[in-house]
Design a protein around this ligand. Structure first.
Ligand code: SF4
Length: 143
């Protein structure tokens, strides 16, 4: 039997309650994808050591800041590095990531002002994976 392709996926998309507010972003189309692919769920924010629930945060220049002004850059970076390490260990070449998240967002995220304004930028994990040659796909492709 041919081995199924391994794809990283934001854990909240397959129903894990790892979102900042303790909920998930369950997406039935992506759960269906599990039949043909070997989906590997990861939550970089949890892997970076942050609790759930946790304060919402946004990328602002070179940092990640919560709405209350706490600098959580280190945790976001650590989570991204953990996800990259896992991807390399498993030989993963593709990731499907939750849109607009400061970690997982692909191409578009919030601008750091907490005013619902979007900018063209990747989340911290999406950016690191992309830099390392892993294809990143937004969950918006599966709406
Ligand atoms: S960090 Fe990514 S996987 Fe974790 S809850 Fe946010 S969008 Fe989902």
């Amino acid at each position: 039997m041919m081995e199924k392709e391994k794809i990283l996926i934001s854990a909240c998309l397959v129903g894990l309650n790892c979102k900042y507010n303790g909920k998930n972003n369950k997406n039935i189309k992506l759960i269906e994808l599990m039949k043909e692919h070997d989906l590997v769920p990861v939550c970089p924010e949890q892997l970076g050591g942050l609790p759930t629930p946790r304060p919402g945060a946004q990328r602002r220049e070179n940092k990640v800041i919560t709405q209350e002004g706490k600098d959580v850059t280190k945790e976001y970076q650590r989570g991204a590095e953990e996800v990259l390490r896992l991807a390399k260990e498993l030989g993963i070449k593709k990731a499907i990531l939750k849109s607009r998240s400061p970690s997982c967002g692909v191409d578009t995220i919030y601008d750091g002002t907490f005013a619902n304004t979007l900018v063209e930028r990747d989340g911290v994990t999406a950016e690191l994976l992309r830099k390392n040659g892993i294809q990143v796909v937004s969950s918006d492709e599966y709406l």
